[in-house]
Design a protein around this ligand. Structure first.
Ligand SMILES: Cc1cc2nc3c(=O)[nH]c(=O)nc-3n(C[C@H](O)[C@H](O)[C@H](O)COP(=O)(O)OP(=O)(O)OC[C@H]3O[C@@H](n4cnc5c(N)ncnc54)[C@H](O)[C@@H]3O)c2cc1C
Length: 262
Protein backbone atom coordinates (compact mmCIF):
# COMPACT_ATOMS: atom_id res chain seq x y z
CA UNK A 1 0.00 0.00 0.00
CA UNK A 2 1.24 3.50 -0.87
CA UNK A 3 0.79 6.04 1.92
CA UNK A 4 1.52 9.73 1.35
CA UNK A 5 1.90 12.04 4.34
CA UNK A 6 1.61 15.80 3.75
CA UNK A 7 4.13 17.75 5.80
CA UNK A 8 4.15 21.52 6.15
CA UNK A 9 7.24 23.29 7.49
CA UNK A 10 6.37 26.07 9.93
CA UNK A 11 8.25 28.54 12.16
CA UNK A 12 9.02 27.00 15.57
CA UNK A 13 5.74 27.35 17.55
CA UNK A 14 7.77 28.68 20.51
CA UNK A 15 9.33 31.52 18.50
CA UNK A 16 7.94 35.05 18.34
CA UNK A 17 6.03 35.50 15.09
CA UNK A 18 6.23 38.66 12.99
CA UNK A 19 3.92 39.74 10.18
CA UNK A 20 5.33 41.85 7.35
CA UNK A 21 2.97 44.89 7.34
CA UNK A 22 3.33 45.33 3.55
CA UNK A 23 2.70 41.78 2.35
CA UNK A 24 0.63 40.83 5.45
CA UNK A 25 2.51 37.55 5.37
CA UNK A 26 4.34 35.75 8.12
CA UNK A 27 8.07 36.51 8.09
CA UNK A 28 9.65 33.08 7.68
CA UNK A 29 13.25 34.06 6.97
CA UNK A 30 15.50 33.97 10.01
CA UNK A 31 13.01 31.88 12.01
CA UNK A 32 13.86 28.34 13.14
CA UNK A 33 11.65 26.10 11.05
CA UNK A 34 10.25 22.75 12.18
CA UNK A 35 7.82 20.08 10.96
CA UNK A 36 4.29 21.31 11.63
CA UNK A 37 3.49 19.57 14.97
CA UNK A 38 0.24 18.02 13.70
CA UNK A 39 2.12 16.48 10.77
CA UNK A 40 4.36 14.57 13.19
CA UNK A 41 1.12 12.91 14.35
CA UNK A 42 0.17 12.22 10.72
CA UNK A 43 3.56 10.54 10.28
CA UNK A 44 3.08 8.56 13.49
CA UNK A 45 -0.30 7.30 12.21
CA UNK A 46 1.37 6.26 8.92
CA UNK A 47 4.21 4.46 10.74
CA UNK A 48 1.73 2.59 12.98
CA UNK A 49 -0.17 1.52 9.87
CA UNK A 50 3.00 0.34 8.14
CA UNK A 51 3.90 -1.73 11.22
CA UNK A 52 0.50 -3.46 10.96
CA UNK A 53 0.40 -3.87 7.19
CA UNK A 54 3.98 -5.01 6.65
CA UNK A 55 7.00 -4.16 4.56
CA UNK A 56 5.07 -3.84 1.27
CA UNK A 57 3.70 -0.55 2.57
CA UNK A 58 5.64 2.60 1.68
CA UNK A 59 5.42 6.05 3.24
CA UNK A 60 6.25 9.09 1.12
CA UNK A 61 6.29 12.65 2.38
CA UNK A 62 4.99 15.45 0.13
CA UNK A 63 5.82 18.97 1.21
CA UNK A 64 5.30 22.33 -0.48
CA UNK A 65 8.22 24.25 1.00
CA UNK A 66 11.18 26.41 0.05
CA UNK A 67 14.32 24.48 -0.92
CA UNK A 68 16.01 25.77 2.26
CA UNK A 69 13.74 23.46 4.33
CA UNK A 70 15.42 20.26 3.09
CA UNK A 71 16.95 19.37 6.46
CA UNK A 72 13.58 19.84 8.21
CA UNK A 73 11.95 17.47 5.69
CA UNK A 74 14.79 15.01 6.31
CA UNK A 75 13.61 14.69 9.93
CA UNK A 76 10.44 13.04 8.58
CA UNK A 77 12.69 10.49 6.86
CA UNK A 78 14.62 9.98 10.12
CA UNK A 79 11.30 9.24 11.87
CA UNK A 80 10.73 6.41 9.37
CA UNK A 81 9.24 7.72 6.10
CA UNK A 82 10.80 6.07 3.03
CA UNK A 83 11.22 9.06 0.71
CA UNK A 84 10.08 12.62 0.15
CA UNK A 85 9.01 14.97 -2.62
CA UNK A 86 9.60 18.68 -2.08
CA UNK A 87 7.55 21.11 -4.15
CA UNK A 88 9.84 24.11 -4.20
CA UNK A 89 9.38 26.87 -6.72
CA UNK A 90 8.95 30.62 -6.41
CA UNK A 91 5.76 30.17 -8.52
CA UNK A 92 4.16 28.53 -5.45
CA UNK A 93 4.77 31.58 -3.26
CA UNK A 94 1.65 33.42 -2.06
CA UNK A 95 -0.50 30.35 -2.66
CA UNK A 96 -3.74 30.37 -0.73
CA UNK A 97 -5.54 27.23 0.50
CA UNK A 98 -7.04 26.51 -2.94
CA UNK A 99 -3.69 26.60 -4.73
CA UNK A 100 -1.83 24.81 -1.94
CA UNK A 101 -4.31 21.92 -2.18
CA UNK A 102 -4.21 22.00 -6.00
CA UNK A 103 -0.39 21.75 -6.13
CA UNK A 104 -0.26 19.06 -3.44
CA UNK A 105 -2.96 17.07 -5.28
CA UNK A 106 -1.08 17.28 -8.58
CA UNK A 107 2.13 15.99 -6.95
CA UNK A 108 0.34 13.24 -5.01
CA UNK A 109 -1.54 12.04 -8.11
CA UNK A 110 1.72 11.94 -10.06
CA UNK A 111 3.44 10.00 -7.26
CA UNK A 112 0.57 7.52 -6.85
CA UNK A 113 -1.25 6.81 -3.59
CA UNK A 114 -3.73 4.59 -1.81
CA UNK A 115 -4.02 6.73 1.30
CA UNK A 116 -3.09 10.36 2.02
CA UNK A 117 -2.63 11.26 5.69
CA UNK A 118 -2.68 14.96 6.66
CA UNK A 119 -2.31 16.79 9.94
CA UNK A 120 -5.55 18.41 11.04
CA UNK A 121 -4.18 21.95 11.31
CA UNK A 122 -1.05 23.94 10.56
CA UNK A 123 0.57 25.94 13.34
CA UNK A 124 0.88 29.09 11.21
CA UNK A 125 -1.97 29.43 8.67
CA UNK A 126 -4.27 27.30 10.85
CA UNK A 127 -7.27 27.21 8.50
CA UNK A 128 -7.63 23.42 8.75
CA UNK A 129 -9.04 23.67 5.21
CA UNK A 130 -6.23 22.07 3.19
CA UNK A 131 -7.13 18.39 3.93
CA UNK A 132 -10.74 18.77 2.73
CA UNK A 133 -9.67 20.77 -0.33
CA UNK A 134 -7.03 18.15 -1.10
CA UNK A 135 -9.59 15.31 -1.00
CA UNK A 136 -11.79 17.34 -3.34
CA UNK A 137 -8.94 17.99 -5.81
CA UNK A 138 -7.97 14.30 -5.71
CA UNK A 139 -11.59 13.21 -6.10
CA UNK A 140 -11.40 10.80 -3.15
CA UNK A 141 -13.36 10.48 0.13
CA UNK A 142 -12.06 12.74 2.92
CA UNK A 143 -12.29 11.33 6.44
CA UNK A 144 -11.38 13.88 9.08
CA UNK A 145 -10.32 14.13 12.75
CA UNK A 146 -9.10 10.54 13.07
CA UNK A 147 -7.63 9.42 16.37
CA UNK A 148 -7.10 5.93 15.00
CA UNK A 149 -6.53 4.81 11.43
CA UNK A 150 -6.92 1.19 10.28
CA UNK A 151 -6.99 -0.54 6.92
CA UNK A 152 -8.71 -3.93 6.81
CA UNK A 153 -9.78 -5.92 3.76
CA UNK A 154 -8.77 -3.01 1.54
CA UNK A 155 -11.11 -0.63 3.39
CA UNK A 156 -10.23 2.39 5.51
CA UNK A 157 -11.72 2.53 9.00
CA UNK A 158 -11.15 5.39 11.43
CA UNK A 159 -12.18 6.45 14.90
CA UNK A 160 -13.32 10.03 14.37
CA UNK A 161 -12.76 12.14 17.49
CA UNK A 162 -15.73 14.21 18.68
CA UNK A 163 -16.31 16.36 21.79
CA UNK A 164 -18.09 13.49 23.55
CA UNK A 165 -16.18 10.43 22.30
CA UNK A 166 -15.67 9.03 18.83
CA UNK A 167 -17.55 7.85 15.75
CA UNK A 168 -16.47 4.85 13.68
CA UNK A 169 -16.32 5.88 10.01
CA UNK A 170 -15.21 3.76 7.08
CA UNK A 171 -14.70 4.34 3.38
CA UNK A 172 -13.13 2.86 0.27
CA UNK A 173 -9.53 3.43 -0.79
CA UNK A 174 -7.99 5.54 -2.23
CA UNK A 175 -8.84 8.15 0.38
CA UNK A 176 -7.59 11.09 2.42
CA UNK A 177 -7.64 11.10 6.20
CA UNK A 178 -6.70 13.91 8.59
CA UNK A 179 -5.59 13.08 12.12
CA UNK A 180 -5.74 14.51 15.63
CA UNK A 181 -3.17 14.24 18.40
CA UNK A 182 -5.17 11.24 19.65
CA UNK A 183 -3.20 8.90 17.35
CA UNK A 184 -0.39 8.77 19.93
CA UNK A 185 2.84 10.63 20.65
CA UNK A 186 5.07 10.88 17.58
CA UNK A 187 8.22 8.77 17.92
CA UNK A 188 11.66 10.38 18.18
CA UNK A 189 14.04 9.62 15.33
CA UNK A 190 16.50 6.91 16.44
CA UNK A 191 20.25 7.22 15.74
CA UNK A 192 19.82 4.49 13.10
CA UNK A 193 16.92 6.47 11.62
CA UNK A 194 18.97 9.67 11.51
CA UNK A 195 21.91 7.93 9.81
CA UNK A 196 19.59 6.07 7.38
CA UNK A 197 17.76 9.30 6.44
CA UNK A 198 20.97 10.65 4.88
CA UNK A 199 20.72 7.99 2.15
CA UNK A 200 16.98 8.38 1.47
CA UNK A 201 15.74 10.26 -1.59
CA UNK A 202 14.30 13.75 -1.43
CA UNK A 203 13.06 14.52 -4.95
CA UNK A 204 12.59 18.15 -5.93
CA UNK A 205 9.66 19.07 -8.14
CA UNK A 206 9.07 22.42 -9.76
CA UNK A 207 6.01 24.15 -11.15
CA UNK A 208 6.82 23.02 -14.71
CA UNK A 209 7.61 19.42 -13.72
CA UNK A 210 4.23 19.11 -12.04
CA UNK A 211 2.50 20.08 -15.24
CA UNK A 212 0.48 22.85 -13.57
CA UNK A 213 0.21 25.14 -16.55
CA UNK A 214 -2.19 27.82 -15.34
CA UNK A 215 -1.42 30.64 -12.90
CA UNK A 216 -0.55 29.99 -9.29
CA UNK A 217 0.23 32.16 -6.28
CA UNK A 218 -0.96 35.71 -5.75
CA UNK A 219 -2.41 35.93 -9.30
CA UNK A 220 -4.77 33.03 -8.81
CA UNK A 221 -5.55 33.19 -5.07
CA UNK A 222 -9.28 32.89 -4.41
CA UNK A 223 -8.89 34.62 -1.06
CA UNK A 224 -7.52 38.03 -0.20
CA UNK A 225 -6.04 38.79 3.17
CA UNK A 226 -7.52 42.18 4.08
CA UNK A 227 -5.98 42.84 7.48
CA UNK A 228 -3.92 41.19 10.20
CA UNK A 229 -4.07 42.25 13.85
CA UNK A 230 -2.49 40.85 17.00
CA UNK A 231 -5.02 39.40 19.48
CA UNK A 232 -6.28 41.94 22.06
CA UNK A 233 -4.27 42.01 25.27
CA UNK A 234 -5.89 40.03 28.06
CA UNK A 235 -7.58 42.17 30.70
CA UNK A 236 -5.97 42.15 34.12
CA UNK A 237 -7.41 39.56 36.50
CA UNK A 238 -9.40 40.60 39.58
CA UNK A 239 -7.45 40.27 42.83
CA UNK A 240 -9.48 39.50 45.96
CA UNK A 241 -8.33 39.17 49.56
CA UNK A 242 -9.97 37.02 52.19
CA UNK A 243 -9.37 36.62 55.88
CA UNK A 244 -9.55 32.80 55.75
CA UNK A 245 -10.12 29.87 53.36
CA UNK A 246 -13.88 29.73 53.95
CA UNK A 247 -14.32 33.39 53.05
CA UNK A 248 -12.04 32.93 50.00
CA UNK A 249 -14.07 29.92 48.84
CA UNK A 250 -17.30 31.93 49.22
CA UNK A 251 -15.91 34.84 47.17
CA UNK A 252 -14.88 32.42 44.38
CA UNK A 253 -18.25 30.62 44.54
CA UNK A 254 -20.19 33.92 44.35
CA UNK A 255 -18.04 35.02 41.41
CA UNK A 256 -18.67 31.77 39.51
CA UNK A 257 -22.39 31.93 40.34
CA UNK A 258 -22.57 35.51 39.04
CA UNK A 259 -21.06 34.26 35.75
CA UNK A 260 -23.59 31.39 35.75
CA UNK A 261 -20.73 28.90 35.77
CA UNK A 262 -22.01 26.92 38.80
C1 LIG B 1 -3.35 35.67 -0.37
C2 LIG B 1 -2.62 34.67 0.48
C3 LIG B 1 -1.25 34.49 0.32
C4 LIG B 1 -0.56 33.55 1.07
N1 LIG B 1 0.77 33.37 0.88
C5 LIG B 1 1.44 32.42 1.55
C6 LIG B 1 2.83 32.15 1.33
O1 LIG B 1 3.46 32.82 0.51
N2 LIG B 1 3.45 31.16 2.04
C7 LIG B 1 2.73 30.40 2.94
O2 LIG B 1 3.30 29.47 3.54
N3 LIG B 1 1.44 30.62 3.18
C8 LIG B 1 0.78 31.61 2.51
N4 LIG B 1 -0.54 31.84 2.75
C9 LIG B 1 -1.18 31.04 3.71
C10 LIG B 1 -1.60 29.78 3.00
O3 LIG B 1 -2.88 29.93 2.44
C11 LIG B 1 -1.65 28.67 3.95
O4 LIG B 1 -0.52 28.62 4.77
C12 LIG B 1 -1.67 27.37 3.17
O5 LIG B 1 -2.64 27.42 2.19
C13 LIG B 1 -1.97 26.21 4.03
O6 LIG B 1 -3.10 26.49 4.79
P1 LIG B 1 -3.00 26.30 6.32
O7 LIG B 1 -1.65 26.72 6.78
O8 LIG B 1 -4.18 26.97 6.93
O9 LIG B 1 -3.10 24.72 6.44
P2 LIG B 1 -4.12 23.83 7.25
O10 LIG B 1 -5.31 23.55 6.42
O11 LIG B 1 -4.33 24.35 8.63
O12 LIG B 1 -3.17 22.53 7.32
C14 LIG B 1 -3.70 21.24 7.52
C15 LIG B 1 -2.73 20.22 6.98
O13 LIG B 1 -2.59 20.36 5.56
C16 LIG B 1 -1.25 19.99 5.18
N5 LIG B 1 -0.59 21.14 4.56
C17 LIG B 1 -0.93 22.44 4.61
N6 LIG B 1 -0.06 23.18 3.92
C18 LIG B 1 0.88 22.34 3.41
C19 LIG B 1 2.05 22.49 2.63
N7 LIG B 1 2.48 23.69 2.20
N8 LIG B 1 2.79 21.38 2.31
C20 LIG B 1 2.39 20.15 2.72
N9 LIG B 1 1.29 19.96 3.49
C21 LIG B 1 0.54 21.03 3.82
C22 LIG B 1 -0.52 19.59 6.46
O14 LIG B 1 -0.64 18.21 6.64
C23 LIG B 1 -1.30 20.34 7.54
O15 LIG B 1 -1.21 19.75 8.82
C24 LIG B 1 -1.26 32.79 2.04
C25 LIG B 1 -2.63 32.99 2.22
C26 LIG B 1 -3.31 33.91 1.45
C27 LIG B 1 -4.78 34.11 1.69
Amino acid sequence: MKIVVTVKVVPDPNSTKRIDPNTKRLVRSGADNVINPYDEYALEAALQLKEKLGADTTISVVSMVPESSKEVVRKALAMGADDAVMLSDSAFEASDVWDTARVLAEAIRKHGFDLVICGGLSDDGSTGAVPGALAEHLGVPGLTNAKRVDVTDGKLKIQRETDSGYQVVSGPLPAMVSVTMGVGEPRYPSLKGIMGAKKKTIAMSSHAELGVTDALGAGSAKTELLDVKPPPERAKGQVVTATDGAEGAKIIFDFLQQKKLV
